[in-house]
Design a binder for this molecule. Sequence first.
Ligand code: WQD
Length: 324
Amino acid sequence: MSETYRILVTGGAGYIGSHVVHYLVESGHRVIVLDNLSLGRKENLPPDAELVTGDVLNDRDLEKVFEKGIDVVFHFAAWKAAGESMTKPDKYGRNNICGSINLLNACLTYDVKNFVFSSSAAVYGDPQYLPVDESHPLKPVNYYGYTKLAIEENLKWYSQLKGIRYAALRYFNATGYDIKGRVKGKEKNPANLSPVVMETIAGVRDEMQVFGNDYDTPDGTCIRDYIHVNDLAAAHAKAMDYLLEKKQNLVVNLGTGKGHTVLEVIKAAQRVSGKKVNYRITGRRAGDPPELVASCDLAYKLLGWKAKYSDLETIFGSMLPVYL
Ligand code: WQD
């Protein structure tokens, strides 16, 4: 699509949001970022993106950005630590669910019809079959995953009742950093595997834990579908084009269809960095399914999208300059 749009990106200074902002700005769109900088970093943003420091929970902040005239909303602003969500449902419910409803109501007020939503494979819960496709039962096993499902359900109602068109993009395991090196802001206190591996290589951590090696997998450690954040960014732009051209809703998985074990990930990081990863095998982490891999045929069929940068060597090659 050659047209340019005025795009609001909430949480656009964050890890995934900022990669999407770079992609949209580079595609010639006018991007306005609303971010409270609780997790996001200003330095993640390109100079041509306009940052409004504010919060989706603050009606005045929403007025400020919507009054500029918005064609499309990309919504990333959310807390995303599944483990933390089980001890702080108040924090996750208010920010993720109430924040999204606030944002949707602003879309109604300002007649903004196109909404791209950062959803998650966490809406599926424990896989009943593999690879997981979009028809898989939706039974989240953590409150974070529930918040994502609750927002998807509200998108369905707002679409049916008020004509909002939405794309819900269900990420599997997002990883990596910008291939072009434009995003350097490291995540603060990461819990996900690849940043933990990189912090261990960089000496930020003396040692990392491998949560269990007694699963029914080739080397006993869990299998996940790792998707590079640049691949995610391209998919978001294609999803926007789909909404604007087809004027239909879209719910798709974003993954590679290929899984890797924890030890395979660690070995790849050692190969790429030439450094050893100090790890200790410990007990299983509660809530970890042995395997979670996406079926991503639908994203290819509807968007013509497939992952290009999501092999482990490219992933860790892109993380090295950020961590070392
Ligand atoms: C991956 C594997 C761990 C850290 C989570 C969220 C999900 C989504 C992606 C947002 C598991 C193992 C990890 C460590 C380890 N987030 N591991 N040692 O749990 O698959 O998914 O992030 O959408 O909603 O639940 O990702 O990176 O935490 O774990 O052994 O220090 O690595 O046990 O098998 P996960 P993860």
